[in-house]
Design a binder for this molecule. Structure first.
Ligand code: HEC
Length: 112
C-alpha cells in the first residue's frame, strides 16, 4: 500500500505538465468563450466548443499553432491589455494570467 503514492506521483506531475482540451481547456473556453464562439453564435466563424473546432479556427484560418503558444492567436487575444480593442473575451473580466498560461502550456504541449 505504501508504494502507491510513489507510483502515482510521476503520473500526476505529467498530467500537470500537459494540459488537455478535455480536462483543462474545454471547461475554461466553455465558461468564458463559447457564449460567442459556440453552436448559437460563432463570431469570426470561430467555434471553441470542441477540440476539432478550436483547431480548425475561424474565417481568418487557424488560431492555434500546435507546439507554438506564442504564435497562436488563441493565446495572443487573451493576453492583450485590458481595454484593448482585440482582447478576448471582449466583455467581462480578462482571463487571469494563470488561465492564459494554461492555454499557452496546452498549445506548447501540442494542443491535444
Ligand atoms: C461577447 C462575445 C465574445 C466572447 C465572450 C468571446 N469572443 Fe472572441 N470574438 C468575438 C468577436 C465579435 C470577434 C471578432 C469577429 C470578427 O472579426 O468578425 C471575435 C474574434 C475572436 C478571435 C479571432 C478569430 C479570427 O479568426 O480572426 C479569436 C481567436 C477569439 N475571438 C477568441 C476568443 C476566446 C479565446 C474567447 C474566450 C477567452 C473569446 N474569444 C470570447 C466575440 C467574443
Amino acid at each position: 500500500m505504501r508504494l502507491i503514492p510513489c507510483l502515482l506521483l510521476p503520473t500526476l506531475m505529467l498530467a500537470a505538465e500537459s494540459p488537455t482540451f478535455a480536462k483543462d481547456i474545454g471547461p475554461l473556453l466553455t465558461k468564458r468563450c463559447t457564449e460567442c464562439h459556440g453552436e448559437k453564435k460563432a463570431k469570426g466563424g470561430l467555434r471553441l466548443d470542441s477540440l476539432e473546432a478550436t483547431l480548425k479556427g475561424g474565417k481568418e484560418g487557424p488560431v492555434v499553432v500546435p507546439g507554438q503558444g506564442l504564435k497562436s492567436e488563441l493565446y495572443e487575444v487573451v493576453t492583450k491589455p485590458e481595454g484593448d480593442a482585440d482582447i478576448m473575451p471582449p466583455k467581462g473580466k480578462p482571463l487571469t494570467s494563470e488561465q492564459a498560461a494554461l492555454i499557452r502550456a496546452w498549445i506548447d504541449a501540442g494542443a491535444k
